[in-house]
Write a protein that binds this ligand. Sequence first.
Ligand SMILES: Nc1ncnc2c1ncn2[C@@H]1O[C@H](COP(=O)(O)OP(=O)(O)OP(=O)(O)O)[C@@H](O)[C@H]1O
Ligand SMILES: O=P(O)(O)OC[C@H]1O[C@](O)(CO)[C@@H](O)[C@@H]1O
Length: 323
Amino acid sequence: MRKNIAILCSGGDVSGMNPALKHFVEYALKNSLNPFFVYDGYEGLIDDKIDKASYCDVAGIINKGGTKIGSSRSRRFMQKKYRAIAKQNLDHHNIEMLVVLGGDGSFRGMDIFYKEHGVKFCGIPSTIDNDIAGTSYCLGVDTSLNIIRTAIDAIRDTASSFGRAFVIETMGRECGYLALVSALTSGAELCLIPEVPYNLEQYEESFKNQIAAGRKYFLAIVSEGIKEDVREIAQWFEEKVGIEARVTILGHMQRGGNPTVYDRLMAYKFVSHAIDGLLNEQHDSVICYNDGGFTHKSIQDVAFQKYQLDSELLCHLQDLYNV
Ligand SMILES: Nc1ncnc2c1ncn2[C@@H]1O[C@H](COP(=O)(O)OP(=O)(O)OP(=O)(O)O)[C@@H](O)[C@H]1O
Ligand SMILES: O=P(O)(O)OC[C@H]1O[C@](O)(CO)[C@@H](O)[C@@H]1O
């Protein structure tokens, strides 16, 4: 008898989830499995929003951001009694394997669910924050970085025309990855991230000298996880550096948009490895990507460790100020 397998999205949505859904349906059918969708993440597991999926459901979605089946953060799934209801719903559909697109919080939730009820699952790291230990890349990061790049390029146009400093805030929670990579690839003059302590005073003289030497504008990329408010950084530019300043908080635009080629391809590969793993005795794992290869890692190694920013990237941050 064909086995049933389901997929769901949990936590912040990312561009790349729809390509993953498309490949999930195709690859499941190719492996003689019946594909199911769980709508609205763990909320949908509890409310039995579970349906069979077919080729028709995934036609024309590969180029769409977000997720066709919805995502959520679920307070109820944190409670044992609701996880028991989720298990009953899966049993009702005869589903014994789950692919979960989400962040480390989602994987911790699934780990508990596996230990309580034995539902096999494979996590696919999916968060624009790129803050999951054990993998150098999370689905959706590339699209997000490209959206940020487009925004910063546009802000540069007005910054240079008007002779202003712009303080641009990126998402990322406690992780500075989005801000750091964006600063390096957009030619920003300042980058502030939670991982690296800073003292604005140390840039004052250099920035003033640069203005005296003809610099007309500054771009500062700041991660949302730093302690200071972005408006205070703008105020510092005005009061201490002596240049008019504006703030742009990029917000949720960083989570949407047409998935890049890289995210589409990675969605494809992640899903294939996830399903292969589930069919080959990987029952409680996350599929991770490092140095060009994929490996299944334990939840302990992924969701209970702190993500460390790549040391080479951090060296480049130092280079930003040593020119
Ligand atoms: N310890 C836990 N026990 C049970 N469920 C959990 C636990 N931690 C997280 N979850 C479930 O996982 C959901 C998603 O977690 P969270 O909001 O931390 O997002 P995430 O998966 O880390 O993604 P993102 O990086 O986008 O925030 C939670 O809303 C909750 O339903
Ligand atoms: O969409 P919400 O629930 O406001 O969450 C925003 C958070 O989610 C993320 O977009 C993804 O984890 C973070 O970068 C951001 O801090």
